[in-house]
Design a protein around this ligand. Structure first.
Ligand SMILES: [Zn+2]
Length: 161
């Protein structure tokens, strides 16, 4: 990233000696009742050349987040959003299909909350299986809410099952 913003001043030794540096970084992340060991071979972080203190800024935290999602095989926020948009569903209708709050979906799509493995699996199935979309839309009464929102989720003319 060209304009990574961080303070040049070290909060530990108070020298203006902070500069980007790469280092191996390991962290344990608890998510959804499991502990994940995340190892990043080369994490770029603002580091003090004087006392070696470093800070995990937003970009470093995003990198850790990406590594965690990859390790745990969880959809990224962008994948959730683009999957929803490809189906022509707004957040309201999409959340309703899963019986979750729009605010929850919104947090998944911004990355401020990481979906549970259970929800991740349902999301993947929903994206992959038209029958499941129809089933859930019917189950949660979403059909009326998606009028005008492309036909992906509309009921087949001869509804089976
Ligand atoms: Zn320092």
């Amino acid at each position: 990233m060209p304009n990574r913003a961080y303070s040049p001043k070290c909060s530990t030794c108070r020298q203006r000696t902070m500069a980007l540096s790469s280092m191996p970084y390991s962290v344990k992340i608890n998510h959804d009742g499991r502990e994940y060991d995340i190892d990043i071979p080369s994490l770029s972080v603002p580091t003090c050349s004087n006392c070696k203190a470093f800070v995990l800024d937003d970009e470093a935290n995003n990198e850790i987040d990406r590594a965690f999602r990859h390790h745990a095989s969880l959809l990224t926020p962008a994948e959730i959003r683009s999957g929803r948009e490809k189906l022509g569903l707004n957040q309201q209708a999409f959340a309703q299909c899963f019986g979750i709050a729009v605010s929850t979906l919104s947090r998944w799509e911004t990355g401020s909350q990481i979906q549970q493995r259970f929800h991740d699996g349902i999301l993947r199935a929903f994206f992959a299986m038209p029958d499941l979309r129809t089933f859930l839309a019917k189950l949660h009464g979403v059909l009326s809410a998606t009028n005008g929102a492309r036909a992906t989720i509309s009921m087949p003319a001869s509804a089976p099952r």
